[in-house]
Ligand binder design. Sequence first.
Ligand code: MSP
Length: 503
Amino acid sequence: MACVTNSYYVTTPIYYVNDAPHIGHAYTTITADAVARWHRLLGRDVRFLTGTDEHGLKVQRAAEENGCTPKEWADQTVVRFQDAWAQLGISNDDFIRTSEQRHHTAVQKLLQACYDNGDIDLQTYEGLYCVSCEAYFNEDDLDLGNCPIHGRPVEHVAEENYFFKLSRYEQPLRDWYETHPDFVLPTTKRNEALGFINQGLRDFSISRTSIDWGIPLPWDTGHVTYVWFDALTNYITAAGYVDDPASFSHYWPAIHLIGKDILRFHCVYWPAMLMSAGLAPPERVHVHGFLLVGGEKMSKTRLNQIAPADLVADFGVDGVRHHFLHDQIFGPDGDFSHEGMTARFNADLANNLGNLLSRVTTVVGSKCGGVGTAPRPDSPLAPIVAREYRIIAESWERISPSEALDATWRIIRETNAFLEEAEPWKAEPGPLADAILGDALEVLRIVSILASPAVPDACAEIRRRIGLTGDAEEERLPESIEWGGYPAGLLVVKGEPLFPRLK
Ligand code: MSP
């Protein structure tokens, strides 16, 4: 087993099983996938978790409308997420569903730990509830009487609920933020979370009696657990909180990737719940903005949701992955458009990467009889790779895929420029042509590793065409990108364009 510090546990939010997967969900999942792939290349013991959030009023109502039980409804709808992720090449190690028994046990264990610590008590609660958010709002949070996020009417709810004493954790949370300056990134989001804490924290209700689709409280089974308390716990369930202490201490705490709308739950409620149970808060929470379509957030009511499968049909799996990773900067909101996506596809994939592969394999065919040549130890491309690698590694570490890919594509562009200058297609067959092509083949080998977190299928194909055996995933960084690894004598084949230009 790898040493403790070598583990890397990365998670996506668990998606409401009721919704159909759209590109907002795909965005976080693709980012987490690329980050997981990068850390596997570094030889870390990666655990990458995604899944579905299946309890609560929303699912119970949808099931009623469809004439089935909530579990039957969830069983039908979960497949949409599992299929979407399989189609996008998502390499999650586990897929958690909150309706699973392992999760049921974990939620009850966490609740009991908080209860035993004196942090949960019974109170009467009246409030305004948004079923879409599964959250209460204050009167002044509302937007003309509607939920500020969904724009739908809130419901007046009065119940006897158990409350989690969040107010007790105001100071411990402040201390945590103080001693862990990178706990929430980017800093603007950290400030937002701290601002929320500094306003004063109110206890929040963690149980419901009005529904039964949920996990009963262990000490009062007439109540089911509030869906957010239940959902957040998924991250420790899957790490082995209940039944695998060795795995739990190895993987926990996790790195969470989330959208900005669920910041309060992850950056305030969740660390407090964990502290209450004597567990470590998450390692870091990385918060991203929304993908906007025509300047607006996607929603069912606006009918502007885009399914990942529709984009895969036009751009291919790698085209979709590359767009979200390279164009949509992780942090701020980003506008999605087909035009932007097409431009990125043509510039990076067709013109740069595809063109480099096609040039090199064609000229190796005509000048070297289709047999690859070795790179020069003192190639002018070697320092470029070394320079960009430092930026690439540092950018993936900070979860800044767009910067990592900027640097990766600088290597590709500079290699194309080098070939345009050296013009091996005009050279006589011989040592000079061999050397230039060897240098370019070496870059292709290195790029097939460095770009593999973003465009894994293309990288596998590049490796096949330049005669390498073994997947990029088996390579280890940084050793595998030391200049000079491409051996002479491999069969190089020219194939169809890797990324035909899009109109
Ligand atoms: N089930 C809760 C999360 C529980 S995690 C313990 C939930 N689910 S969700 O399906 O509504 O949203 C999941 C994630 O998708 C959130 O991070 C949200 O920010 C993200 N997105 C939803 N629409 C989005 C965009 N338009 N753009 C980017 N991400 C968006 O909340």
